[in-house]
Design a protein around this ligand. Structure first.
Ligand SMILES: Nc1nc2c(c(=O)[nH]1)N[C@H]1C(S)=C(S)[C@@H](COP(=O)(O)OP(=O)(O)OC[C@H]3O[C@@H](n4cnc5c(=O)[nH]c(N)nc54)[C@H](O)[C@@H]3O)O[C@H]1N2
Ligand SMILES: Nc1nc2c(c(=O)[nH]1)N[C@H]1C(S)=C(S)[C@@H](COP(=O)(O)OP(=O)(O)OC[C@H]3O[C@@H](n4cnc5c(=O)[nH]c(N)nc54)[C@H](O)[C@@H]3O)O[C@H]1N2
Ligand code: SF4
Ligand SMILES: [Mo]
Length: 747
């Protein structure tokens, strides 16, 4: 279906629910910069400000935390100089203070114990907890080798613990942000352009004339500057094309909404390639100069006509032709957005390849309004002895997946399950800053692994679900109460940002760097932690970078001039891509030699059986994964998720908006909690949709416990990407239960 903005307004008048939220998501950053400035100056005059960068999600916007004389945080505001936020935080960043204020926070170290035959936690001192952890580290090393102690991590605490693990001799390290998130797109773009997309994505949305979002739901996915730049691009009359089975916020802002049948995107993209080539719309000069494998691609897509794709995708041939022409018209200022959470159906690296190839045909990589060449400044390493060489590491664990470039969480967990031929046994686990029971699918695998592990230690700020599996729980203070590593990220121009504590750690919580150092020292690894305070590390690094902590405390963000060359390809100059051929590889000999399709191929994926609906999930603008559900400020804005159900389905089952239902999936897994229905045209009849991150099952999360359904619980069918080991999670089907299946059981 193709919809223009005018038509969209008509549709909303017909009663398509949720439009108010749809448009407001783009306004959540505020639009009146004059008023903003007054408010900012007012606050700046009254309160103490501390430089920080946000940890509510991984966009890491640089911000100022303003506190009063009593040390209370009054407001968190974006740093005007920051290329990650342009002075504006998203609602989650503004609500970050709730992480500090949450009275459910972990307050003291906890150790698992048995009282009257029942397992429970008892409070412990830091010394006792750290001594116990150190004993376990020593035991694992002596009994199995340091490699058998694995680290699953995410975010700032992860990097401190990664240093500890490497010093100790283990690189059995992984994070859900790879195999459950961006891994396939990094593999797909790397194969094609010889470069990862990375974070923040070097999408030149600011100057684009056409933005194509394939499942990428910017506007609900609140990655700050992408939302702001997209909003500007809309104002500048850029063409927005959204391919999504759901009428997303982005779809509501689009000139063309292609309501694709789920799991068929590769077919659509092959047809787009067909049109671009058949109608001679591709960038011939760019392809001749920079690419290889065009003839193979041309032959490959010869029969993939829009008529062929129509039968698969349900998108009309005229709509496919019209959108392909719109892209070509805007080229090279066009972006086929690579997406971010791309582990969908198991052929995800190939879908990413299709996106990369389309960008190449349109000549958008390295062009204004397409993708710019990012640049980052490297932060000097604080001196420490060389890390020991582990006997095996994450690469060996993931050896089955030839193009995995980071650890695969699910493979690490599989290695914890004892079996005769397990060459890489994982015996103990540290979890830092990731709620693996919600972020890694396949609960059965996780539970089996956690049952078998000798020891689990969790470092978190909150009593999240994962803490329930720990032997020792360590309370980290929030990002507002600690120093962390310097944020250096790739962007149009390199920049750095610092995080300085705005407040003293509340309760008996401690920073991640301190925890790593304390464990390290107990293991005789003091040389790797040759400082008293992390402040010293940052101070030393900043001095090497030509600035100082004093200066950074005042400015928060510092930009550096580009050194790597221009932002875009230069007319008439040669450019070598970091691929084996030095060119953009439309046809991948590397994939071919590894036994994979050298060009993307459409494969049919299973469809929901009778009475079942495909489980679709995504983001809420007010929340980040499972980490904010209990945040008092954000919980106030949205306290539970809803199940989006098409009116046709609602009619068949007899559902009404607001009614509570339970779900059961294809493997007979029943949801622990219920969810309230939202009947809406915005979702196709073959799917249901919910926001990820709700349905918490730890009662200690007093606001979030039992609110809504945890999508991860319903994801037991995982389609593994054979190229890089990503876990495709969108092939799960649920039936909707109107009666409480737990009526006679206690949860
Ligand atoms: N079913 C399903 N699974 C998914 C996704 C999905 O949409 N649906 N999304 C996937 C994606 S894209 C990603 S990137 C991953 C994200 O997965 P995770 O990184 O696991 O994200 P969260 O669920 O937010 O868990 C973060 C944990 O860190 C804790 N935390 C927050 N701040 C701090 C801190 O400062 N210090 C410490 N020590 N801990 C802190 C939180 O309390 C929480 O327990 O999940 C993936 N898994
Ligand atoms: N507010 C907020 N923003 C966030 C986050 C957050 O937790 N909260 N997390 C951040 C992170 S780490 C990530 S990785 C990103 C993830 O965000 P994105 O990369 O933008 O999105 P995805 O989760 O891949 O996709 C969600 C969209 O895909 C659609 N979809 C489902 N199936 C299909 C299909 O078969 N084909 C197509 N074309 N579309 C389909 C869904 O309807 C939904 O609109 O968000 C980031 N931004
Ligand atoms: S996008 Fe929002 S939550 Fe993420 S870092 Fe920026 S302000 Fe924080
Ligand atoms: Mo992600």
């Amino acid at each position: 279906m193709v919809t223009s903005r005018r038509k969209f307004i008509k549709i909303s008048a017909l009663g398509l629910g949720g439009i108010a939220t749809a448009s407001s998501a783009f306004q959540m950053f505020g639009t009146n910069s004059y008023l903003d400035t007054i408010a900012k100056q007012d606050i700046a005059n009254k309160f103490k400000r501390s430089a920080t960068y946000c940890e509510v999600c991984f966009w890491k916007c640089a911000a100022w935390a303003f506190s009063d004389e009593e040390g209370k945080i009054k407001k968190i505001i974006g740093n005007d100089e920051d290329p990650h936020c342009y002075g504006r935080l998203c609602p989650r960043g503004t609500g970050g203070v709730g992480m500090y204020a949450d009275e459910d926070r972990l307050k003291t170290p906890l150790i698992r114990t048995t009282v009257d035959g029942e397992e429970t936690f008892r409070e412990a001192s830091w010394d006792e907890a750290l001594d116990l952890i150190a004993t376990k580290f020593k035991h694992i090393k002596d009994a199995y080798g340091a490699e058998s102690f694995a680290l699953l991590k995410h975010g700032s605490p992860g990097s401190h613990l990664e240093h500890l693990f490497k010093a100790y001799g283990s690189e059995t390290i992984a994070e859900p942000a790879y195999a459950q998130c961006r891994g396939p797109r990094e593999a797909g773009f790397n194969l094609t352009f010889g470069s990862w997309v990375g974070s923040p994505e070097p999408t030149d949305i600011r100057d684009t004339k056409c933005l194509v979002l394939i499942g990428s739901h910017i506007g609900e996915n609140m990655h700050n500057t992408q939302v702001q730049e997209m909003s500007d691009a809309i104002d500048n009359n850029a063409t927005i094309i959204t391919v999504d089975p759901r009428f997303s916020t982005a779809a509501s802002k689009s000139n063309h909404w292609l309501a694709i049948k789920p799991a068929t995107d590769i077919a659509l993209m092959l047809a787009w390639m067909h049109v671009l080539i058949e109608e001679d719309l591709y960038d011939k000069e760019y392809i001749a100069k920079y690419a290889t494998g065009f003839n193979e691609l041309k032959d490959h897509v010869l029969n993939f006509t829009p008529e062929w794709a129509y039968g698969i995708t349900t998108i009309k041939p005229e709509a496919i032709r019209k959108t392909a022409r719109a892209m070509a018209h805007a080229a090279p200022s066009v972006i086929i957005h690579p997406g971010r959470h791309v582990t969908w159906y198991g052929d995800d690296t190939q879908r990413a390849r299709a996106m990369a190839i389309l960008n190449a045909l349109l000549g958008s990589w390295g062009r204004r309004g397409g993708f710019y060449f990012k640049e980052k400044i490297s932060v000097p390493k604080f001196p420490h002895p060389k890390y020991p060489q582990p006997k095996w590491d994450w690469t060996d664990i993931g050896e089955q997946y030839p193009l995995a470039e980071m650890g695969i969480t699910t493979e690490v967990m599989k290695r914890a399950i004892p079996s005769k031929d397990n060459k890489y046994p994982v015996k103990a686990l540290m979890v830092a800053g990731t709620n693996i029971t919600k972020s890694i699918p396949n609960k059965k695998l996780l539970e089996q692994a956690m049952d078998a592990l000798d020891f689990i230690v969790v470092l978190d700020t909150m009593p999240m679900d994962v803490t329930g599996y720990a032997d020792v729980v360590l309370p980290e203070c929030t990002y507002l109460e600690r120093y962390d590593g310097i944020r250096s990220s790739p962007n149009r121009e390199p920049s750095i940002a610092v995080r300085v504590p705005a407040l003293k750690p509340k309760y008996d919580s401690k920073p991640g760097w301190w925890v790593a150092k304390q464990i390290g020292e107990r293991l005789g690894l003091g040389d790797y932690f040759n400082y008293n305070d992390f402040e010293e590390v940052i101070e030393w690094q900043l001095s090497k970078m030509g600035t100082s902590l004093e200066e950074m405390k005042k400015i928060g963000v510092k930009k550096f001039p580009r050194k790597s060359g221009p932002l875009y390809l230069v007319e008439g100059e040669k450019h070598e891509f970091s691929t084996p051929s030095g060119k953009i590889e439309l046809y991948s000999k590397e994939l071919k030699s590894l036994g994979f399709d050298p060009l993307p191929v459409f494969t049919k994926h299973p469809e929901p059986p009778q009475g079942f609906y495909r489980l679709n999930y995504g983001r809420s603008p007010m929340h980040t994964f499972s980490r904010t559900a209990n945040n008092p400020n954000l919980n106030d804005l949205k306290s539970e998720n809803n199940l989006w159900v098409n009116p046709k389905v609602a009619r068949i089952i007899g559902l009404k908006t607001g009614q509570s239902v339970w779900l059961r999936n294809q493997d007979k897994i029943t949801s622990t909690f219920s969810i309230k229905v939202r009947v809406t045209e915005r979702i196709r009849w073959d799917s249901v949709y919910m926001v990820h991150g709700f349905g918490h099952n730890n009662k200690k999360l007093t606001r979030a416990f039992g609110k809504g359904i945890n999508d991860t619980e319903m994801i037991s069918n995982v389609a593994i990407d054979p190229i890089m080991g990503g876990t495709g999670m969108r092939g799960n089907f649920v039936e909707i239960l109107t009666e409480d299946p737990h009526k006679n059981t206690e949860i």
